[in-house]
Design a protein around this ligand. Structure first.
Ligand code: GTP
Ligand code: NA
Ligand code: MG
Length: 280
């Protein structure tokens, strides 16, 4: 076989942290749209992951899933997609049980963390106290002489977000993330559902290769043929490249989060593989 051509790909980032510390607010702020007010208006174009461009021109992919459970589930199934974890800690609160859980997730998966000290707009905010408390859990941030990057933010007032994005881009650069786009696609299901009008719909994150309309695929116990690809802005696209989140239409049934999608040579083969898996 010819050697693989690896090209740089965007980092895939997951947001974790304790209840109410501001994970959803941060994801919404980064996306630049408030999902909640969108939902109040009726239909929301909601896809389980999205991309943001930094001022420096880098692209970052954010996983918009309920953090811990999805992370554990995907890891257990060997479908790790997360390159970097943002640990959100509310500056007016402290290190709570799910903060510690997130630290442990990052450690055991060997995924680097960036600490976002949130709610810095609040009167009771004390970012320095958070840094000190993190020490007790062996998370040593830069301002304490360590190597874990930290940034003070307010998801509510939208401050510190560019700083956070630049630090994510820097971390990604150090990791030299790459994938071969010039092969058949492999992707991971982030979420999937049955849509009244569109049938089975899955949000995928491309791991390697390029997924195109017309590709025949197997995903978990389902087979299908890509009828349409829709990006995080709701636009139809012809192909999706590594680290890109995309909605795929044309599946025979609804796969599970964490299922792996592979492209196969023809529909007979796809049905055969799917049927075999169903029997297992
Ligand atoms: P769960 O998904 O329930 O675990 O919560 P979460 O971590 O997603 O927190 P969420 O974004 O829902 O925010 C919880 C509350 O904190 C909401 O009332 C937010 O408006 C508020 N909040 C989030 N970020 C900030 C911030 O930067 N400053 C202030 N003052 N409030 C914030
Ligand atoms: Na909440
Ligand atoms: Mg939330």
């Amino acid at each position: 076989d010819a050697p693989e051509t690896l090209k740089a790909r965007p980092p895939v980032v997951a947001v974790m942290g304790h209840v109410d510390h501001g994970k959803t607010s941060l994801l919404d702020a980064l996306r630049g749209a408030n999902v909640q007010s969108g939902e109040a208006g009726g239909i929301t174009q909601h896809i389980g992951a999205y991309q943001v461009k930094t001022k420096g021109g880098d692209t970052i992919t954010f996983l918009d899933t309920p953090g811990h459970e999805a992370f554990t589930e995907m890891r257990a199934r060997g479908a790790m997609v997360t390159d970097i974890i943002i640990l959100v800690v509310a500056a007016d609160d402290g290190i709570m049980p799910q903060t510690i859980e997130a630290i442990n997730h990052a450690r055991s998966a060997n995924v680097p963390m960036i600490v976002a000290i949130n709610k810095c707009d609040k009167d009771g905010a004390n970012p320095q106290r958070i840094r000190e408390r993190l020490l007790e859990h062996e998370v040593v941030v830069e301002k304490m002489g360590g190597e874990v990057q930290d940034v003070e933010i307010s998801a509510l007032k939208k401050t510190g977000l560019d700083d956070l994005l630049e630090k994510l881009a820097l971390q990604a650069e150090l990791m030299e993330l790459s994938a071969n786009p010039d092969r058949s696609a492999e992707a991971i299901v982030v979420e999937a559902k049955l849509d009244k009008g569109r049938g089975a719909v899955a949000t995928l994150l491309i791991k390697r290769g390029t997924l195109r309309t017309g590709d025949v695929l197997v995903v978990g116990e389902e087979s299908g043929k890509v009828r349409a690809l829709i990006n995080d802005k709701g636009q139809q696209i012809k192909e999706a490249t590594p680290s890109m989140p995309v909605e795929v239409l044309g599946l025979g049934g609804v796969p599970k989060a964490g299922d792996v999608l592979t492209v196969v040579e023809n529909e007979a083969r796809a049905r055969e593989v799917a049927a075999y898996r169903k029997e297992q």
